[in-house]
Design a protein around this ligand. Structure first.
Ligand code: BTN
Length: 235
């Protein structure tokens, strides 16, 4: 917790929409809490450890206490059709904050060297959007099961950045990106475009070539849009 100081985070965000920061030692899930409670635009809930963390597609999200930056941020005034774009914007914000070598796997995994370093979960409630972000910061090699094909900033960079500084950097980028026309930069960073992918849906899967990311944020695979669902890069 020593590197998760709410006053330090607040002072770095005073000129952004993210000015309501709560830091918890342990929570069920920052995401579940914000979706259930709502709150002001720019409310951010951070946890050092989650006992019931949630990932995309109904998966659970496990953490090593102290090793991960985990937070959820609430945004109001987002038109419903832009909600998927906000979650793409969050992936781009993390990539910018991490560095030039960070790449995006559609829709919003952030990867370094083909290994996942951050996951983003976007959810729309009645009149707000909640963006949940989990970044692997301080894990050593043995902390991450090989089958996850994941990495951490410590593994990739040799040292873990202070989580409060990383949080400020991500939220400053998100504040700048969210209302802007960011898709060309997203596409430049997106390593899914041009890759052969398997699209996994609730009722089956199919393979094709990911050709583009459309203006609504969907992935175009063999000419057809994929709006929801997971894609796996096929080697
Ligand atoms: C993914 O499946 O890749 C998305 C993972 C999102 C995890 C973050 S951690 C903070 C927030 N709270 C949660 O329960 N989930 C998100």
């Amino acid at each position: 917790m020593h590197d998760l100081s709410a006053p330090k985070v607040l002072s770095g965000l005073s000129d952004t929409r993210f000015r309501h920061i709560e830091v918890h030692a342990t929570l069920g899930s920052t995401q579940t809490l914000l979706v259930a409670e709502g709150g002001k635009d720019g409310r951010v809930v951070v946890a050092d450890h989650q006992s019931a963390g949630r990932g995309r597609a109904g998966r659970s999200w496990l953490d090593v206490p102290g090793a991960m930056l985990m937070f959820s941020a609430l945004l109001r005034d987002v038109p419903i059709e832009r909600a998927p774009l906000v979650s793409l914007a969050a992936g781009l914000a993390v990539a910018r904050a991490i560095g030039d070598d960070a790449r995006l796997k559609w829709p919003n995994d952030v990867r370094i060297g083909g290994r996942k370093v951050c996951g983003v979960l976007g959810e729309a409630a009645a009149d707000f959007v909640v963006i949940g972000v989990g970044v692997n910061v301080g894990h050593a090699e043995g902390d991450l099961p090989a089958e996850l094909e994941a990495t951490s900033l410590r593994i990739a960079r040799g040292e873990a950045p202070p989580r409060d500084e990383l949080l400020v950097a991500i939220l400053r980028e998100l504040d700048a990106i969210v209302g802007s026309d960011f898709l060309d930069e997203y596409r430049t960073r997106c390593e899914t475009i041009g890759s052969r992918v398997r699209v996994e849906l609730a009722d089956g899967s199919y393979e094709g070539v990911a050709e583009a990311v459309a203006d609504d944020g969907s992935l175009i695979v063999d000419g057809k849009p994929v709006v929801a669902g997971d894609v796996v890069h096929v080697r």
